[in-house]
Design a binder for this molecule. Sequence first.
Ligand SMILES: [Zn+2]
Length: 270
Amino acid sequence: MKQFIRISCAILCCFVIAACGQNEAKPSEPAPQKKPAPVTKEEKPPVQLGTDRNPDTLQIPVLMYHSINTNVKNNLITPPNEFDAQMKWLADNGYHTVTLAELDALLETGKNVPDKPVVITFDDGYQDNYTNAYPILKKYGLKANIFVITDKIAKNNHFDEAALKEMSAYGIEMDSHTVHHHELNTLSYEEQLKELQDSKTVLERLTDKKVNSICYPVGRYNEDTVRAAEAAGYAMGFTTEPGKANKNDGMYTLPRVRMVPGMSIESAVK
Ligand SMILES: [Zn+2]
């Protein structure tokens, strides 16, 4: 506040000095006619910021996808045309996709929440996230997040480092799905911590960005998992339990909305 007053006084002094200077130099000249400022292309309306909401009641859907592929063998695989229609629906209906880093701040503070916020996540880091989902996300200008199993990068049907880096540079956030995809509740605290720390280190090296979220493989976790996630430096942990995310769920036990083939996107986000 003091600094604000000091800055205000300084600005006021500048105006007074400038005005005095004008008067001394040209005492008899009439004040110049003020013309309306020309409207230029640079003069855009201010960016529409979000509204402040009560973080205790704020609930944001975090959609959980896995594979986006025509070869639908199980309910973890969504066909690309269906995914395209879902993303188009979100874009056409005024939804705002937010990254997990953004979600962290929204859930904690409730400040500047965009209209109709939604988070898109993919588990496991499948190759088709790059070949099928990524072009669709780009087409509609949507943000998304991928939970990567770091030991699977470039193996079998998982995308490689080049694809990971390209998507990260575009703005798709890379987060951890551990190193080996073990069910964490079967591991000791030290083993869990190592899975969480090592995967975070690899992803931060590849993306040069902070990795803030972990998603527990097969949704399995225990009290040690929550402690290890916090100790490893994550801000949020995600389960496969159903529901919209609210900070009172616990920032390390946040639920998601499972997307299965044939599911209505409208019902998923409402
Ligand atoms: Zn998984």
